[in-house]
Unconditional design. Structure first.
Length: 563
């Protein structure tokens, strides 16, 4: 039976309890929604002792099914003031699954400011002192912990901004090469972990075995079926060759939905210098690599390792969102400058998306000029070091805009809009409005611009339901939904792994229930339907070059929940 690990940071005590039977079909994001609704007061202060942080692998964690090691991290967000699930690749999800841990629940808060470390292995769980790691960046933290606890351990860590409870702060998870380059980034997870005074979690799964499926033969057949699908899928193969950043020119030139110069245009003249397939091929000749797995067992391998012109390592996992928000949205067309910004964000533990939106506001505030990568890097260092200006910028887009008196602010529910322009992608715009998470493309992305509002609402609803399903299973959206692996076959996989007899309709009902459970938390936290809106300028300012506006009426957005 799976276990629930409960860590009380007030008493510094740990307990391991059996997972309740009603949690059997819940995992990842769906388990988080249930626990937060049952155990966290929706009106509590997100950085206070009553908030809880839940680390929940998906139902397939540790099963050896490809791309099933995503880890969901949930909490009440200090950025949105609502429910939040932040999703991360890397190695932690699989190891927790192999250790039989369904969730880690961090609760309470120490009376002092001392930092702590949680170590998990087959022998048990311990809370260790970690004040010696105070102020260290992610790389140095991981280096020291791997020296002390073993090179094959997984390290989940925060950096200086997390210790300072900045809202841009992320939680890093070590990748397959042991680097802290995978981040649960959105909504301020690093700030909440910092508020619990936890610097890191070390996970050692030595001596464990993969989790066995209830129907082994059906499971093996589905693994083969999925492997064949990946081999034959043009979309999956494109991911392996170009990663996600290879689609940047498509969004700039075809859909014209690439945020450019603080959301003043949907197309960037420098797009081919930072995201075209030819740029990718050129970078490969200089030592950069594509086709890299972000988690064990991934077959799509959409990640990368980026080197400079001389073949020296810069960063890992340079994705579309990072290139778009630190590049096009800031008018920067130097891919190596963008890669260095990404590396700094990884090391300091800063959300790249929110950072890009915040620095766009910094232009309006007169702190930065479009195209000035050197100044952008200076401002990232300010955040990482925690200077006075850095602490302002480190609180994200909404607070930075308030400090500098700026009214044109691309946020929904307090969270910066990511790298898909809602005026051009009206389906994604509906997702930004209606998701309990705030502006979050991972909640239900769709690159289309639907002809009617009704079509946009329905497309967003279906996308959000499907994402809710895969997030609960621990699957990767890029490996399943984007290439179009049939949801009916994912249903068959659920049945094989869990020994169930569900239909796709049953799974959809579970996804719908989870979405409504997330919304219930927000409503109890004080959210009104008026929170489900885009900023005014998306409705009023035509987006060049096609002059789109977001034109889905408020009344139709409210109808999203009619299911």
């Amino acid at each position: 039976m799976s276990k629930m690990l409960r860590v009380d940071m007030t008493t510094l005590k740990v307990s391991m309890e059996d997972s309740p039977p009603e949690y059997e079909r819940l995992g990842g994001r769906s388990l988080i929604a249930r626990i937060l609704n049952q155990e966290v007061p929706p009106t509590c202060h997100p950085l206070g002792k009553h908030n809880k942080m839940i680390f929940a692998p998906g139902l397939f964690a540790g099963s050896r099914f490809p791309s099933s090691g995503r880890l969901s991290i949930g909490f009440k967000s200090p950025m949105t003031q609502g429910i939040k699930e932040s999703n991360v690749g890397g190695t932690a999800g699989e190891k927790l699954g192999r250790l039989g841990i369904k969730a880690i629940i961090l609760e309470g808060q120490p009376a002092d400011t001392k930092l702590h470390l949680i170590k998990i292995n087959t022998e048990g769980v311990s809370i260790l002192p970690a004040n010696a790691l105070a102020g260290l960046n992610n790389r140095d933290t991981v280096t020291k912990l791997k020296e002390a606890h073993g090179k094959d351990t997984t390290v989940i860590s925060i950096s200086n901004p997390g210790e300072m409870r900045m809202l841009l702060a992320t939680i890093a998870d070590t990748d397959t090469e042991g680097r802290p380059t995978r981040h649960a980034a959105r909504g301020g997870p690093g700030a909440v972990m910092g508020s619990k005074r936890i610097k890191a979690i070390v996970i050692d799964d030595s001596g464990t075995k993969p989790v066995k499926a209830k129907d082994g033969e059906a499971f093996r057949n589905l693994v083969k079926e999925y492997a064949n699908f990946v081999t034959e899928s043009k979309g999956a193969q494109a991911y392996k060759v170009q990663g996600t950043m290879g689609g940047l020119t498509f969004l700039s030139e075809r859909t014209t939905s690439l945020p450019t110069r603080n959301f003043t245009a949907g197309s960037f003249e420098g797009a081919r210098a930072i995201g075209h397939r030819k740029k990718v091929e050129e970078m490969k000749t200089q030592g950069s690599r594509w086709g890299v797995a972000c988690m064990p067992g991934c077959l799509v391998c959409c990640s990368n390792i980026i080197c400079d012109e001389n073949g020296n390592y810069i960063t890992s996992g340079l994705e579309y969102e990072s290139v778009a928000m630190l590049g096009a949205n800031l008018g920067i067309d130097d891919i190596y400058a963008i890669a260095n910004m990404d590396a700094l964000a990884d090391n300091y533990g800063i959300d790249n998306i929110e950072l890009g939106v915040t620095l766009g506001i910094a232009v309006d505030a007169g702190l930065l000029e479009f195209g000035d990568s050197a100044r952008a890097i200076e401002l990232i260092h300010e955040i990482g070091k925690g200077t006075t200006l850095g602490r302002i910028l480190g609180q994200g887009t909404a607070i930075t805009a308030k400090v500098f008196g700026i009214s044109r602010v691309p946020v929904v529910k307090g969270q910066g809009v990511p790298a898909h322009e809602p005026r051009a992608e009206n389906v994604t715009g509906v997702t930004y409005c209606t998701s309990a998470m705030g502006a979050d493309h991972t909640a239900g992305l769709n690159l289309e611009r639907k002809a009617s509002s009704t079509e946009a609402i329905e497309a967003s609803r279906q996308a959000q339901i499907n994402v809710a399903i895969v997030d609960s299973l621990g699957l990767c959206v890029n490996s399943f939904i984007d290439p179009g692996f049939p949801m009916e076959r994912i249903t068959a996989l659920v049945n094989a792994v869990c020994g169930l007899n569900l239909s796709y309709a049953d799974l959809q009902d579970m996804g719908k229930a989870m979405l409504k459970e997330e919304r219930a938390f927000n409503l109890k936290a004080g959210f009104a339907p008026g929170a489900d809106r885009l900023p005014e300028f998306f409705k009023e300012e035509p987006l060049p070059p096609n002059n789109f506006v977001f034109d889905v009426p408020d009344g139709e957005i409210d109808s999203f929940w009619d299911f």
